[in-house]
Design a protein. Sequence first.
Length: 387
Amino acid sequence: MANYFTGFCGGATQSGNANCIFVVIDYFTKYGHFLPIHHPITAASVAKVFMQQVYRLHGMPAAIVSDRDRVFTSTFWRELLRLADVQLRMSSAYHPQSDGQTERLNQTMETFLKCFVNACPSKWIHWISLAEYCYNSCPHSATGRSPFEALYGYTPKHFGISAVDSVQMPELDDWVQNRQLMNELIKQHLSRAQLRMKKQADKKRSERQFQVGDKMFLKLQPYVQSTLAPRSSQKLAYKFFGPYEILSRVGLVAYKLRLPASSRIHPVFHVSQLKQMVPGTEVTSSVPDDLDILRVPEKVLGRRSVARGVSSVAQVLIQWSGMPSSLATWEDRESIQQSFPFAPAWGQAAFQRPGNASPVDPASEGPRRSSRPKRPSTRVNGPEWLV
């Protein structure tokens, strides 16, 4: 029984009644299917397309490898595969290489469609079948044979000119010869590019293995850090968090970590996202244990005015509760008082420590009023107004 890799290629222009492509590839023969479907995608609709287009030709596989799309992680899909005695293998978090065959097949399909439907993107549904045939009839670098030949045992007969010696017209013969020469040149360039990319990728790869109980630092993207450690700037946040203990090994290149209870990300990570902690080193990017403690303004250490456009904004230097004065931050006075109206900082005594900014003056905490005496306006109280 075969293993299938599945995935979706979304973002396509509406063509007929489809705007998305369901991609299925056989692990052994590399035979691929490009199946047009329509959003919104549900597990039931995907299962129906799979039965109509894949099952009738190849039967049920032993396992299906997919990414963590909501369709593949749904209860319907899991229960369906359980009843069909098919193993569901999902890729580890933030490591699309686990489902790399589908990702690479998507790029090949998109390149084909860009060449043929660039001027008329709404017609891609008429060309998707030829894209599937073009991929399956071309030799695969992994097997040395085309997926069609690997599956059926013979090479397909192409619809077009097959024998160059059968051309009778000299002009047509020159055109066919030039076309074959161009194809050979393109193959050489593609082969050279593949070898170059493989050589560069292998420079950054290494065989690493860890043991259960080892402490590991975890590398995360900025958009998934919020449940581990809140940061005011996700772009400038730490790349590595931890250390976290390894609970178990999942497969050959993934490990399950003991994450905090407040974390909402998947605990299984590829080895490329992990860095082993050297014993005795100081941890500077660990996740704090008191994430749920609310920090409030405890003391005002200074004040200043900053220019914003044509106006100035009053700011105060805030020392937060439970944190040293070295981690004090400048905040807009009006916004911070609205956010923390009952904070202890607004009822403190005068600031007595020197600094670069002006110290706090208790009398200045209220609204400012001029000390000059008011003079009557001559326009209203002048002699010309006397009767």
